[in-house]
Design a binder for this molecule. Structure first.
Ligand code: SF4
Length: 703
């Protein structure tokens, strides 16, 4: 068929969680394809950011893995699929026999489909372990924990559409949609702002969100540029101000007494927590004038509808659960939940990080967030699967990594890159070498795959079909064009083959296609139960969709919360210092974030000429006062050090970052922020503290 006769294929952008629809136009040769806009795509209506427009660039990249590789005497050599599969099955069986099933860990991927992550977590559980996790552990595990515990579901309470139409105040804390979710920012949020909505940004770093709404240039919007790690005291000042003003003007509507009375519990605990709280001292700790915080409290509380957006600046702390709980507290006391234009809304990172969690690729939950230690829920899943699931939660991915060479002897990695994505990357590399066996299935030879014993060449996002779930719970179908390299396989095919070889023809891994996997997923995931591929069509459906015909919910909790007693949980929280604070040796606070033009570990974006041209190398932002003290000029080469490593990068002297803190990114292999970050974890959600570590700068050291 010539290219004129070919039809473009409608699919979903492989990068961020906004879930923009795009089209891929196949050319005459298998690797020959180009991006086309999808004019009436449900989320983005044809608009696209730089990443989405460049997404096809990496599909036929010269670095693609094209054949299975096995390691022999420390070197990779090409192998047949038969040899690779045999080695995987032999090693997985050996490890289970010698050490037990919990000696294996399984990493799912938010860059792969719901069906593939569903199969991976089923594979882990059929093998006999709940040691399965995905990269949500690094981004929003604490958010999911707090939302699930206090409201019911670990997801956005509202949707981009209802927020655009109804929100009067956008409270954006520790998130940067201008950079990370460009189409949500430019399409939905900007429209709301054009129609009069106010933006209150809480972030130590000025960024594209600040600039896109000209936040610093207006009186309507505010940027509360706090010191890293002071989100709890900042929100406590906001909440205490609202409570105080309510005492002075009980009729003014500072809090929603009826909502608190009828729909929440724990308000007294919050009041007790804040009884002796000193607002002035807290404002000083935050580095933000108290009157600015009081004005922000007034803007949030007195608006008709205020919506909170929360990002990794909140979640990636050892107090990440408490950070998000305090956002929930603010929303609950003001009644800003359960109706359009309100809520607590995590902006999810990758195009399928929401779905990867939904389908159970986490150590404590089965599909649909059913707890593995809830006997009734577990047994209902076991009845469909036909085998027993271990009743105790497994290890999270960072815990699996910490245990490598100790209790964990093998690792199965689908599309993840922990050497780059986990904190303290130098130690991750050391620990991976302690493993007896590791298999990686991916599209490129990642920094992690180099340590594997078997590497399986997978197909890319553009070559295969399935479903993904975006940041506002919309499940959408991806569709593939033909394979670029004949000897690659879809992750779906690989997992079915490994599962069938391990557990036999009746082992639950003989699926014809992803749709058949989705049909089984529906049986064990209540919030997806009403969906079919046909019903998803081109529009997709927001979960929950319990029965066929349900249209899905734009916003959650209209009548009650999805907690055991239907009440939203308020719980006062207090400031906790980051686990590593500045001292004489490391006197600066290092904080990290991402760039619009790159994506997480950069596996794809660093190979995209269009994206890499924008930012070919890492850099560090340094405040002018700090630069003067260190004798740093803009553009100087500097070495940034922490107790865990060092990177050499260019210094950008800018007031974008607060004094005393420095800011850099994790995308670049040779100089990733994660060579420096601290791998201490939030006790409950086990998310690492990427956002605050002690650091030092040395000047004038050339790479
Ligand atoms: Fe892709 Fe996100 Fe950009 Fe949309 S906003 S095109 S989903 S990267």
């Amino acid at each position: 068929m010539s290219s004129e006769e070919k039809e473009p294929v409608k699919t979903i952008c492989p990068y961020c969680g906004v879930g923009c629809g795009i089209q891929v136009m196949p050319g005459d040769e298998p690797g020959d394809m180009r991006f086309m806009p999808w004019g009436d795509a449900p989320v983005n209506e044809g608009r696209i950011c730089i990443k989405g427009g460049a997404a096809t660039e990496v599909v036929d990249h010269e670095d693609r893995l094209t054949d299975p590789l096995v390691k022999e005497d420390g070197e990779f050599r090409e192998a047949t699929w038969e040899e690779a599969y045999s080695r995987i099955v032999d090693e997985l069986e050996r490890i289970r026999e010698e050490h037990g099933p919990d000696a294996m860990g399984f990493f799912g991927s938010s860059k792969t489909m719901n069906e593939e992550n569903y199969l991976l977590q089923k594979l882990a559980r059929r093998y006999g372990t709940n040691n399965v996790d995905n990269c949500t552990r690094m981004c929003h595990a604490s958010t999911v924990w707090a939302l699930r515990t206090s409201l019911g579901a670990g997801a956005m309470t509202n949707s981009m559409e209802d927020l655009e139409e109804a929100a009067d105040v956008f409270w954006i804390q520790g998130a940067n949609p201008g950079e990370q979710h460009p189409i949500a920012n430019s399409q939905y949020f900007r429209q709301a702002v054009l129609e009069g909505a106010t933006v209150i940004q809480v972030d130590p770093h000025k960024n594209k969100t600040t600039r896109s709404f000209k936040i610093d240039e207006t009186e309507r919007h505010m940027h509360l540029q706090l010191n890293p790690g002071t989100d709890i005291p900042l929100l406590n000042v906001i909440i205490k101000t609202i409570l105080e003003r309510h005492e002075e003007e009980p009729e003014a509507g500072w809090i929603d007494e009826q909502f608190i009375e009828e729909r929440t519990e724990g308000f007294e605990h919050l009041k007790e927590t804040l009884a002796d709280f000193d607002k002035e001292e807290a404002a000083e700790r935050c580095g933000v004038p108290l009157e600015d915080l009081e004005l922000a409290a007034e803007k949030y509380a007195m608006a008709n509808n205020s919506a909170i957006f929360t990002g990794m600046g909140m979640s990636q702390h050892t107090c990440g659960v408490d950070n998000v709980q305090n956002e929930i507290n603010l929303a609950l006391v003001t009644g800003n939940l359960g109706r359009p234009g309100t809520g607590v809304n995590p902006l999810r990172g990758q195009n399928n990080v929401q779905g990867t969690c939904d389908v159970g690729a986490m150590p404590n939950v089965l599909p649909g967030y059913q707890l593995v230690d809830d006997d009734e829920a577990r047994q209902s899943v076991e009845a469909v699967w036909g085998f027993d699931v271990p009743p105790e939660p497994g290890l999270t991915n960072v815990e699996i990594s910490h245990e490598a060479g100790e209790s964990v002897h093998g690792l199965y990695v689908m599309g993840e890159n922990p050497v780059m994505s986990e904190p303290d990357g130098n130690r991750v590399e050391e620990r991976l070498q302690e493993l007896e066996f590791m298999v990686v299935q991916d599209i490129f030879m990642t920094e992690t795959a180099k340590f594997a014993d078997v590497v399986l060449p997978a197909t890319t996002w553009a070559e295969r079909g399935g479903t993904v779930t975006n940041t506002d719970r919309r499940v959408q179908r991806m569709r593939g064009v033909q394979k670029v390299h004949e000897n690659t396989k879809h992750d779906f095919e690989i997992l079915c083959e490994v599962g069938t070889r391990l557990f036999g023809e009746d082992g639950g891994f003989t699926f014809e296609d992803p749709e058949e996997v989705f049909e089984e997923l529906r049986q064990v995931c209540p919030s997806y139960h009403g969906m079919t591929y046909e019903a998803l069509g081109e529009e997709g459906i927001h979960w929950p969709c319990y029965e066929p015909g349900d249209e899905g919910d734009q916003f959650l909790y209209e009548e009650s919360f999805d907690t055991a007693n239907g009440l939203g949980k308020i719980e006062g929280v207090v400031h906790q210092e980051p686990k590593e604070v500045p001292d004489e040796e490391y006197p600066l606070v290092l904080t990290t974030a991402r760039l619009e033009e790159h994506y997480n570990t950069g596996t794809m974006s660093r190979r995209s000429p269009t994206l890499n041209r924008q930012h070919p190398e890492n850099f560090v932002d340094v405040h002018p006062n700090d630069a003067e003290r260190y004798g740093i000029e803009d553009g100087d080469t500097v070495t940034v050090k922490s107790r865990r490593g060092e990177i050499t990068v260019e210094a950008h002297v800018t007031e974008d970052i607060v004094e005393g803190s420095i800011w850099t990114t994790p995308h670049f292999a040779a100089a990733s922020a994660n060579r420096l970050t601290n791998d201490v974890l939030d006790e409950r959600a086990k998310i690492p503290e990427y956002k605050a570590a002690a650091a030092e700068i040395e000047v004038g050291i050339e790479p």
